[in-house]
Design a protein around this ligand. Structure first.
Ligand code: SF4
Ligand code: SF4
Length: 303
């Protein structure tokens, strides 16, 4: 018997909402007893796609996080239901019985992920079933996975070590959306949006982009080094929230720049203008020549 799970790769999700639409197409107006009653035309999203804007102008990013039911092995919704109204199938899929759950509104608020919806007309709680009715007919994946154009959703048998989903789950990159809930979720994520620190290096004497400047990020037990690109831009992504970091920018012939930042939010440091260092006049002239050659044709920054 398979044990179904899903891994969602945030970097591959472009926010097209196909998964959301396919879910609506499958479930609106369609009953699939004994697993689900039809989803109403409005007010429910069994597959939500949450848009998150990160950073501020001119360094802005958008991340989309698809959120279905996590099909938890230690599900709070099962504990909150009475009379076996919510149960786990042998393949791990958590089902809300549309008949037995009638009137059990408490089940909705039992899920901390907020993926259970109340059907006012039918007086039942409802949620994603991983399209259990289709899997029973021999489908290999639910509708949302089938229609995803970018391969952001990987579905399959977690107990088959050769399956893509099992490999993704064990890659070391997969993480639970809210591990603090501790419900043994069977949906995991790769590349969940975290914090970034970015900036743009400018050579103060020429007003040219600081291509090649060495940028060092240092935090508690963490050190990363990168180089400013041909626009002078650099970025460190995937940082922990609310942590202090030290950023140092260095380039031969220029005074180093250092600053401290805390990742309460995503941080864009803006233009970091490197000034010529004194006492290295000869080296400075030489390095200026080098920089001009390297940046020939490169854009001069507009500030
Ligand atoms: S995510 Fe919520 S609805 Fe889904 S199994 Fe877990 S507790 Fe239940
Ligand atoms: S279909 Fe795929 S790419 Fe489109 S929103 Fe859903 S997960 Fe993202």
């Amino acid at each position: 018997m398979a044990r179904y799970g899903m891994v969602i790769d945030i970097a591959k999700c472009n926010g097209c909402f196909n998964c959301f639409l396919a879910c609506r197409d499958e479930h609106c107006g369609n009953d699939f007893p004994p697993y689900s009653a039809s989803q109403p035309q409005t007010g429910q999203s069994w597959m939500q796609v949450i848009e998150k804007e990160r950073g501020k102008y001119p360094k802005v990013k958008v991340a989309y996080t698809p959120v279905p039911c996590m099909q938890c092995d230690d599900a709070s919704c099962i504990k909150a239901a009475t009379g076996g109204a919510v149960y786990r199938r042998a393949d791990g899929i958590v089902i809300i019985d549309p008949k037995k759950s009638e009137g059990q509104k408490a089940v909705v608020s039992a899920c901390p992920y907020r993926v259970i919806f109340w059907n006012e007309e039918k007086q039942i709680p409802q949620k994603c079933t991983f399209c259990a009715h289709l899997l029973d007919q021999g489908w290999k994946v639910p509708r949302c996975v089938e229609v995803c154009p970018t391969g952001a959703l990987t579905f399959g048998n977690l107990d088959d070590p050769g399956s893509d989903v099992a490999r993704a789950m064990k890659s070391g990159n997969a993480e639970i959306l809210h591990p603090e809930y501790g419900m043994k979720e069977k949906v995991a994520y790769i590349g969940l949006p975290k914090r970034f620190i970015a900036g743009s290096v400018v050579f103060g004497n020429t007003d040219e982009c600081g291509e090649g400047a060495r940028v060092t990020l240092q935090g508690k037990g963490e050190k990363r080094i990168t180089q400013a690109d041909n626009y002078g831009d650099f970025e460190f992504d995937g940082l922990m929230s609310d942590k202090p970091y030290r950023v140092k920018v260095e380039c031969a012939g220029y005074k180093p720049f250092e600053t401290e930042v805390t990742t309460k939010v995503d941080v864009y440091l803006g233009d970091i203008v490197l000034r010529k260092s004194t006492g290295v006049k000869k080296a400075t002239k030489k390095s200026t020549k080098t920089v001009k050659t390297k940046t020939k044709g490169a854009k001069t920054r507009k500030r």
